[in-house]
Design a protein around this ligand. Structure first.
Ligand SMILES: [Zn+2]
Length: 286
C-alpha cells in the first residue's frame, strides 16, 4: 500500500515532535510534495552534495537529515548557490528533504542522545537537562556503564562503539581515573558540563570542545571530558530512527542509512615527543 510523503512526515513528527526544537532551529519539511508517494527513505547526518548523490543513486524519495540545510533565512534557492543546487537536484529527482535536529536531540527513546547512550552500553539513562513538560525528554543523557573502567579504557570503548573518523577520540582528565557514571550529548554539548558535574558524572562525552573551557574544567573537581567527532556522536541515531520509521509505517517504506562519512576532517597525524618540548600527555601522566 502506497505511503505519501505527508504520512511519512506525520510518523517522523510523532517521534520527533517539532515543539521540542530550539527557537532558533529550522526543522521539518524543507522540500517535497506531501501528496507524492514515498517508497524509499535515506537517513544521513548532513545534507551535503555527497549525500544527495546517494539519494539520486538509490532512487530514494525522501532524505531525512539531522542537520538543517538552511538555518538562516534565504531569499531564494537558485541553482548557482551551493545549497540551492541541492534543493534543485532533490526536486528534479523527485526527492524531499526532512530535518529533525534539536527536536531529535531531545526526543525520548529513539532520539539522538538515547541512541548515543545505547551505543556506549549505558544503563538506567535519563536526560541530563529534562524539558519541564516531560521528564523522559531533554538534552543529553546520563547513565552508568555495566562495569567501571579507567578513563583510558573508556576512550577505547568509545572508539570501538562509534563510527571511525580521522580525528578519533580524545579525553581530558587523569587516564587512570575511574569512569562509571557517563554523561553524553550528541553534537556540540560543552554547555552541559555544569549539568554533568551537578549530576555526578565521571565523564562528559560530546564534541566541538574548545581549549579554554576544557583546560579550566580540569583545574577544579568535576567530570573528565571525552571529545569525539561531531558526526560520530550523532551517527548512531541514523539506524535507530530508520528502524523506528519502518516499524511505525508497518514496513510500507524501505529505509536505509547513508554510507557516506560526512565528517569534514580528512587527515590526522599523532604528534610525537620532541627534544625540548613537553611530552604529549605531560600534564596528566607526567
Ligand atoms: Zn549536530
Amino acid at each position: 500500500m502506497t505511503v505519501t510523503l505527508g504520512e511519512v512526515v506525520a510518523a517522523l513528527e510523532a517521534r520527533y515532535d517539532p515543539a521540542l526544537a530550539e527557537d532558533w532551529d529550522a526543522v521539518g519539511l524543507v522540500c517535497g510534495d506531501p501528496d507524492e508517494p514515498v517508497a524509499r527513505v535515506l537517513f544521513a547526518v548532513d545534507p551535503v552534495a555527497a549525500v544527495v548523490d546517494e539519494v539520486v543513486g538509490t532512487g530514494a524519495q525522501l532524505l531525512v537529515t539531522h542537520h538543517p540545510l538552511f538555518l538562516t533565512a534565504v531569499h531564494g534557492v537558485p541553482a548557482d548557490d551551493p545549497k540551492g543546487r541541492l534543493v534543485h537536484r532533490l526536486v528534479r529527482h523527485g526527492a524531499g528533504l526532512f530535518v529533525a535536529h534539536t527536536n531529535a536531540d531531545r526526543a525520548p527513546g529513539t532520539g539522538v542522545n538515547d541512541a548515543l547512550a545505547d551505543a556506549l552500553g549505558l544503563q538506567g539513562t535519563a536526560p541530563l537537562q529534562p524539558v519541564p513538560t516531560d521528564a523522559r525528554a531533554g538534552l543529553g543523557r546520563i547513565g552508568r556503564l555495566a562495569e567501571p573502567v579507567p578513563l583510558a579504557g573508556f576512550v577505547e570503548l568509545v572508539a570501538a562503539a562509534l563510527p571511525g573518523t580521522v580525528g578519533g577520540v580524545r579525553a581530558a582528565g587523569d587516564p587512570s581515573r575511574r569512569v562509571e557514571t557517563v554523561a553524553v550529548c550528541g553534537g556540540s554539548g560543552g554547555s552541559l558540563l555544569p549539568a554533568a558535574a551537578a549530576a555526578g558524572a565521571d565523564v562528559l562525552l560530546t564534541s566541538d570542545l574548545r581549549h579554554h573551557p576544557v583546560s579550566e574544567s580540569q583545574e577544579v573537581p568535576g567530570p573528565a571530558l571525552c571529545d569525539v567527532a561531531h558526526f560520530a556522536s550523532e551517527w548512531p541515531w541514523l539506524p535507530v530512527a530508520a528502524d523506528a520509521l519502518a516499524r511505525d509505517l508497518s514496513g510500507r517504506v524501505e529505509v536505509a542509512v547513508s554510507r557516506r562519512r560526512t565528517d569534514p576532517w580528512t587527515a590526522h597525524a599523532a604528534t610525537r615527543e620532541r627534544p625540548g618540548s613537553p611530552p604529549p600527555a605531560g600534564r596528566l601522566s607526567g
